[in-house]
Design a protein around this ligand. Structure first.
Ligand code: ZN
Length: 347
């Protein structure tokens, strides 16, 4: 992909969501990423401006009374929507803008202004429920975007890849009974929200269209990539997505204090490479990435840089060694055994 086919969305208004001293989801996360963009991508990337979501768009997922509750936080210098989700007076604006940024990115992708777009936003979204905040998330940024893609653009096969170390319970539950969205998540089930077990596979029409892969903390870069390689290959081939949404969280990084896993930026580079290669084998669906977790600002900006270098073609490496470990073989066998009966991706 050439530079001008890769877009980013950034906005200093995301920094106005102040969570307080010591909170891991801190404005410094985005400041580090924006500084990296100025240094490493001074003029190469297409820039899309964020716009606040409309009420109608938010209501595709969220209840009017919850939206009202978020709006009310504007009256207080400091308040909270959940014990782990504090707010400041400008939080509502950042939350509105985070959803709107993803929608704007989607519209740019579907208008063929770019092939990939990375929304560098906060607050994150994958834990947000229709009527509740939690896990630092306020609105379900990509959940609303997927609903919007179905309603306004008529899309019927949307793949969501959630590589954040936490399970995206909000997304999981939103699309649990639908086959129009295939949700795939790797996560540490011993962390918040303690959900996403192997057997959570969807219900009704959506049976088999939720793929939960709890991964052990000691998983290494190559094992992580082998797991994705073996599962995403058949998912792309058989589901043939019209759109790929990525919950790009970087808290599985080895130095991340919240995630406590073992990955490095090589895993995120390799996974981006894999998604691009698989995309090229089908009808080249557009890719929208939204920033989720990642709580060490320097690891976070290094990881985002890696993803952008692969997207723009500056990094052409495979980052992948096809020799599987016993641990990966075991995880794959379990995933295939549980999913075989649905015939969604297991041959
Ligand atoms: Zn996370």
């Amino acid at each position: 992909m050439s530079d001008h086919r890769v877009a980013i969305i950034r906005d200093d208004r995301f920094l106005e969501h102040i969570t307080g001293h010591g909170h891991p989801e801190h404005p410094n996360r985005l400041k580090a990423i924006y500084r990296m963009l100025d240094t490493d991508f001074p003029d190469g990337l297409l820039r899309i401006n964020a716009e606040a979501a409309t009420l109608e768009q938010l209501e595709l997922v969220h209840t009017p009374s919850y939206i009202e509750k978020v709006l009310k936080t504007a009256d207080y210098t400091f308040s909270s929507l959940a014990p782990d989700t504090p707010t400041s007076a400008k939080t509502y604006e950042a939350a509105w803008l985070a959803v709107g940024a993803c929608i704007k990115g989607l519209d740019a992708l579907l208008a063929d202004r770019c092939d990939a777009c990375f929304a560098l936003i906060r607050p994150p979204g994958h834990h947000a429920l229709p009527d509740r905040a939690g896990g630092f998330c306020i609105f379900n940024n990509l959940g609303v975007t997927a609903r919007y893609a179905m309603k306004e653009h008529g899309l019927r096969r949307i793949l969501i890849i959630d590589w954040d170390i936490h399970h995206g319970n909000g997304l999981n539950d939103l699309f649990y009974g639908e086959k129009e969205v295939l949700y795939l998540s790797t996560h540490d089930i011993g962390l918040f929200p303690y959900r996403g077990d192997w057997e959570e596979t969807g219900e009704g029409e959506g049976r088999g269209y939720t793929i939960n892969l709890p991964i052990p903390r000691e998983l290494q870069d190559q094992e992580f990539l082998q797991l994705y390689h073996q599962i995403l290959g058949p998912v792309f081939r058989r589901y043939n997505p019209e759109l790929v949404l990525v919950e790009a969280g970087f808290d599985a990084y080895q130095d991340d204090l919240v995630g406590r896993s073992r990955l490095t930026e090589k895993a995120f580079r390799g996974l981006t490479r894999l998604i691009l290669d698989l995309r090229a084998k089908i009808n080249a669906p557009p890719i929208l990435l939204a920033l989720e977790g990642g709580y060490d600002p320097s690891c976070l900006s290094r990881s985002v840089k890696g993803v952008l270098e692969v997207l723009t073609g500056k990094d052409q490496e495979k980052h992948f060694d096809p020799n599987g470990s016993d641990l990966v073989v075991e995880l794959l066998e379990k995933a295939r055994r549980i999913h075989a009966k649905f015939r969604v991706w297991v041959d």
